[in-house]
Write a protein that binds this ligand. Structure first.
Ligand SMILES: CC(C)(COP(=O)(O)OP(=O)(O)OC[C@H]1O[C@@H](n2cnc3c(N)ncnc32)[C@H](O)[C@@H]1OP(=O)(O)O)[C@@H](O)C(=O)NCCC(=O)NCCS
Length: 177
């Protein structure tokens, strides 16, 4: 594993799209996840994307998107918008050198600045648990990927959170079982 050395985190720019596709495909060792990133962009549900950059080029990427929580009320169904950590990837030769952590910290700070109530992720509990995501916080909610990988991080606690509901991901995630 090569060390990442110096890197910076910044907002994604249009010129980053191609390098990000390559990076995501390499990190996941297959093209599906890179295609998903493009499809989520097309869906219009991206909240923001950040990249980590070294002198050699892009080394990491993170994407937050909009989800919708569906709750049943006496007057029908209600949808509430929320945040989802939709995808993150670090270049294989730069992993385990803090780039993922820096992207996550920057992203979560941005969400806190926006006063996002709660952010969901489906991912590795050992990794995301380090950043405040817990299966417990997601317990009132359900989604297509139920289980220990379904986690949430509470930003600004709100009364409605205890009601729970079903979390809908942006439509492109429907292709993933
Ligand atoms: C998961 C990923 C984004 C983490 O980014 P990173 O820059 O490598 O991670 P960091 O340097 O911030 O953190 C390294 C720590 O996370 C741990 N870690 C890395 N990947 C992990 C995983 N998949 N599950 C659990 N822990 C993991 C490492 O063991 C290391 O632990 P240590 O600090 O105790 O040594 C990156 O490894 C990656 O792109 N992996 C392939 C794609 C992927 O799985 N994306 C996430 C989908 S949920």
């Amino acid at each position: 594993m090569a060390g990442a050395g110096d890197f910076g985190v910044r907002d994604l720019e249009p010129g980053d799209h191609d390098p990000v596709q390559s990076l995501v495909a390499a990190a996941f060792a297959q093209a599906d996840e890179a295609e998903l990133v493009e499809a989520v962009r097309r869906s219009g549900d991206v909240l923001f994307e950040l990249v980590a950059e070294t002198a050699q080029g892009l080394a990491g990427h993170i994407l937050f998107c909009r989800g919708r929580i569906e709750t049943e009320t006496s007057s029908g169904d209600r949808f509430r918008e929320t945040a989802i950590l939709g995808e993150m990837a670090v270049a294989p030769d730069q992993q385990n050198s803090g780039i993922g952590a820096a992207l996550l910290h920057a992203g979560l700070t941005r969400l806190d600045d926006r006063a996002e109530a709660i952010t969901f992720v489906v991912g590795h509990p050992d990794y995301y648990g380090r950043f405040g995501f817990t299966a417990d916080a997601a317990k009132p909610f359900s989604c297509k990927w139920q289980g220990p990988a379904f986690m949430a991080r509470i930003g600004e606690p709100q009364d409605w959170m205890s009601e729970g509901g079903f979390l809908h991901f942006p439509e492109p995630y429907d292709r993933f079982e």
